[in-house]
Design a protein around this ligand. Structure first.
Ligand code: NAD
Ligand code: UFG
Length: 349
């Protein structure tokens, strides 16, 4: 079976590609490298020892996508390409709506043209808005607190309309909780541009001396230690969720949302303390104001994915942080340090 992965050079995409390749699937990867580097594609090849075509294409480029579908047999699509920064989405909402929504519409148009109606989509726990009825189950009413979240929510609704119009489609909406960690090889991992927004890369950059101290956004939440609680999930567990979701979508039709989380929440202070144990480093921090848009608690009830996808997150917080730290130590400047010869690349002129 041959799978098109959009956004395959990114953090979750690269780990997902490794798991799909390891399980015997053939891949075609499309990414415009707007938030990633070719080196991650090289590393996917290195980790798996497998080759695949890579197209440096924007998913809004309809003719470009059509050529990908013409030149390759595609059975299903794993769609991860999109912008993901909450803060940036507030500053430049039109970029987010154009990229995430127009890009997805273009992809669906091309899939339809080529009769490919099997799709696994990267949604997010952000579609639960600021509800605090944890643990979150899939039928919790949806909402959004920022343009990024709204793109995911809107896309989920668009996919539902698409299925209503044509029930040959089969779509899995994967609602990721907080992916962290890296591949155990430390060849692939998270490589944020500039100062990280997310907790774990911020902590690892403090530990390696690139940043002075962590700022903890509020310790007056209604949680046992006052800091925010999140459901951190190892990125490799998350990647395996895509494999299970693919098995489901290719064997059925319909549209279903699945929480991909561990079901267990940890506070910011618990993460800091666990990281200090695994790394042997002290993480200096200060408590600052709450970050706008943050909520106190967000963790999943993953039972639906456990039962219907036969998927379960296996790795605990310690392993997530060990792998994140190993990646950071071995790649202090992320992918920027190396300049290997790229794979065969297809670009449109
Ligand atoms: P990432 O930025 O590392 O990966 C996204 C990839 O998509 C990048 O390689 C980028 O270059 C590519 N891309 C963006 N726009 C594109 C376009 N128009 N055409 C082609 N390629 C394009 O982000 P990630 O963390 O790997 O996230 C992957 C997906 O998962 C995103 O859709 C994101 O919204 C979603 N998600 C991420 C998180 C998280 O915490 N990382 C949580 C929930 C959902
Ligand atoms: N935090 C800090 N200091 C930092 C960074 C984060 O205290 O420097 C805290 C936050 O306040 C929050 C927790 O650490 O309590 C986790 O914050 P992240 O920024 O790592 O993650 P979020 O839960 O805010 O959001 C992430 C993604 C979103 C996605 C959401 C759910 O960034 O895109 O998970 O999947 F929607």
């Amino acid at each position: 079976m041959s799978i098109l992965v959009t956004g395959g050079a990114g953090y979750i995409g690269s780990h997902t590609c490794v798991e799909l390749l390891r399980n015997g699937l053939e891949l075609v990867i499309v990414d415009n490298l707007s938030n990633s580097s070719l080196e991650s594609i090289n590393r996917v090849r290195k980790v798996t020892g497998k080759g695949f075509p890579f197209y440096e294409i924007d998913i809004r480029d309809k003719d470009g996508l059509k050529s990908v579908f013409s030149e390759n047999k595609i059975d299903a699509v794993v769609h991860l390409a999109g912008f993901k920064s909450v803060g940036e989405s507030v500053q430049i909402p039109l970029h987010y709506y154009h990229n995430n929504i127009s890009g997805t519409l273009t992809l669906c148009d091309v899939m339809k043209t080529f009769g490919v109606k099997k799709l696994v989509f990267s949604s997010s726990a952000t579609v639960y808005g600021n509800t605090e009825s944890v643990p979150l189950v899939e039928d919790t009413p949806l909402g959004a607190t920022n343009p990024y979240g709204r793109t995911k929510w809107m896309l989920e609704e668009i996919f539902r309309d698409l299925f209503i119009s044509d029930n040959e489609w089969s779509i899995a909406l994967l609602r990721y909780f907080n992916p962290i960690g890296a591949h155990e090889s430390s060849l692939i991992g998270e490589d944020p541009n500039g100062t990280p927004n997310n907790l774990t890369p911020y902590i690892t950059q403090v530990a390696i001396g690139k940043l002075n101290k962590l700022r903890i956004f509020g310790n007056d939440y209604e949680t046992p230690d006052g800091t925010g609680i999140r459901d951190y999930i190892h990125v490799v567990d998350l990647a395996q969720g895509h494999l299970k979701a693919l098995s489901k979508v290719v064997s059925t039709t319909g549209i279903e949302a699945y929480n991909l989380g561990t079901g267990k929440g940890y506070s910011v202070l618990e993460v800091v303390s666990a990281f200090e144990k695994v790394s042997g480093k002290t993480i200096p921090y200060e408590i600052v104001e709450r970050r706008a848009g943050d909520i106190a608690k967000c963790y999943s009830d993953p039972s639906k994915a456990n039962h219907e996808l036969k998927w379960r997150a296996e790795k605990g917080l310690r392993e997530m942080l060990e792998d994140a730290w190993r990646w950071q130590e071995n790649n202090p400047n992320g992918y920027a340090t190396v300049n290997n010869k790229p794979l065969q690349i297809f670009t449109r002129s």
